[in-house]
Design a protein around this ligand. Structure first.
Ligand code: NDP
Ligand code: OXD
Length: 309
């Protein structure tokens, strides 16, 4: 009943001791040293190499180290009858909310403008807006989006959210579906993207969608780089329709050296660290799920293959 872990050398060094601590009796193997493939019951990784999961004849569950499973699902050979479990873990949620709050506050309180003024030796006071008068919109009201929206609302921001199906979240104006998108965008000054990457959401943030934000709006993309048409964002920033962007995720990662985002004056980048799955707590979560599964209980946080998330 072995578990096969996928990751580069750094990830293996970080995760292996934690997996062994969380599941001391489990046979834990690291790809490509998988041994007898018929002994593998579980896999764990962010983007296992194409074809490998299909080569495991007795695989019972595929665990993702990420909340997003686009890395697993991009392999068309992943067996359709094996459940994929995405990572839902309190530390991952809290980390994301911290990042979102940090960047929303930074744009809201003109942190980057003041940083530029300090660099230029310029002493000048900008107008101040209170959070209650700042309209923030969160696209994706799932585990991460809802937590971030609630925390922003607790900080008194005027918060709205948009999701596929209708929601009710105290303190958050909820919009849903195609018909909800227009009014949601029209009232959003700071847009946070926390959608999963699916066939429906790939390229969703293009010129058409971003132009529906009010002039001077800001984007915080912490979901996936493929949600954004990067050239459209650069054009809208250069034209002045958008005032800035925080980008944690990119179409190509690592961000290529010559990419304009590195040096664009209105863009702040981080290297896909908005929230990092922490090996100790995530290993305990995988151990908990396997224990449930082997006790005959259903797995939690299973991906709906038809929806893609
Ligand atoms: P969930 O699956 O819990 O939530 C997804 C949300 O998106 C749901 O509210 C869902 O709507 C909504 N949604 C999906 N498709 C559509 C659509 N077509 N139109 C409108 N709404 C849609 O995901 P999580 O909150 O756990 O994670 C979100 C994403 O965050 C991950 O997929 C991953 O890509 C990214 N992420 C990034 C990290 C980073 O460090 N940068 C770290 C962790 C995650 P409904 O509720 O109606 O189903
Ligand atoms: C995730 C990520 O999906 O790290 O969890 O991006």
């Amino acid at each position: 009943m072995a578990l096969l872990f996928f990751g580069n050398a750094d990830r293996v060094a970080e995760w292996l001791p934690e997996l062994r601590r969380a599941m001391p009796d489990r046979d834990i193997r690291v790809w490509p040293d998988a041994g007898d493939l018929s002994e593998i019951r579980y896999s764990l990784g962010f983007a296992p190499p194409e074809g490998v999961l299909a080569s495991l004849p007795n695989l019972r569950a595929i665990f993702s180290t990420g909340a997003g499973v686009d890395g697993t699902l991009r392999d068309p050979t992943v067996p359709a009858d094996v459940p994929i479990v995405r990572m839902v873990e309190q530390g991952l949620t809290e980390g994301m909310t911290e990042y979102v709050v940090m960047h929303v506050l930074a744009w809201h309180r003109d942190l980057w403008t003041y940083a530029g003024m300090q660099a230029a030796g310029e002493w000048r006071k900008l107008d101040q807006t209170l959070a209650r008068d700042r309209r923030v919109g969160v696209m994706g009201l799932g585990v991460l989006g809802e937590d971030a929206a609630r925390m922003l609302a607790a900080l008194r921001f005027d918060v709205a959210g948009w999701s596929r199906t209708a929601k009710e979240i105290p303190g958050v104006a909820c919009f849903a579906g195609e018909e909800g998108l227009g009014p949601f965008l029209a009232r959003t000054e700071i847009l946070v993207c926390l959608l999963p990457l699916t066939a429906q959401t790939r390229g969703i943030m293009d010129r058409g969608l971003l132009s529906r934000l009010p002039r001077g709006a800001v984007l915080v993309n912490v979901a996936r780089g493929q949600h954004l048409v990067e050239e459209d964002l650069v054009a809208l920033l250069d034209e002045g329709h958008l005032a800035g962007a925080t980008l944690d995720v990119f179409r190509e990662e690592p961000l290529p050296e010559a990419h304009p985002f590195w040096r664009h004056p209105k863009v702040r980048t981080t290297p896909h660290i908005a929230s990092i799955t922490l090996a100790p707590s995530a290993s305990r979560e995988v151990a908990r799920q396997i224990a449930r599964f082997e006790a005959g209980e259903p797995l939690e946080n299973v991906v709906d293959r038809a929806r893609g998330y």
